[in-house]
Design a protein around this ligand. Structure first.
Ligand SMILES: [Zn+2]
Length: 88
């Protein structure tokens, strides 16, 4: 019997650029839910909101951002999801 070798992923630290909160650097703490294109920057192509660790948004602004995205979704300015599952 041959044992399958576990796939090994080396734990290399990828050099990352320093993250800055977009809303703090632009001094825009009241996030406009009508600015759909701006909100799309913080979502992936499927419509999920990116986590803080990925965008570098600070905790306060991430809360405001999530609220703004949810309002924009309700007004259909940004999608809830783009993945459509069809049952045949
Ligand atoms: Zn911030």
């Amino acid at each position: 019997m041959k044992f399958k070798r576990k796939s090994f992923r080396p734990k290399t630290q990828q050099p990352t650029e320093p993250k800055h909160c977009y809303f703090c650097t632009t001094n825009m703490h009241s996030i406009d839910f009508k600015a759909g294109d701006m909100l799309r920057r913080f979502m992936n192509s499927e419509g999920k909101i990116y986590p803080r660790r990925k965008t570098g948004t600070c905790a306060r602004d991430q809360r405001t951002l999530a609220e703004a995205i949810k309002r924009a979704r309700f007004l259909a300015l940004v999608p809830y999801t783009t993945r459509l599952r069809r049952r045949v």
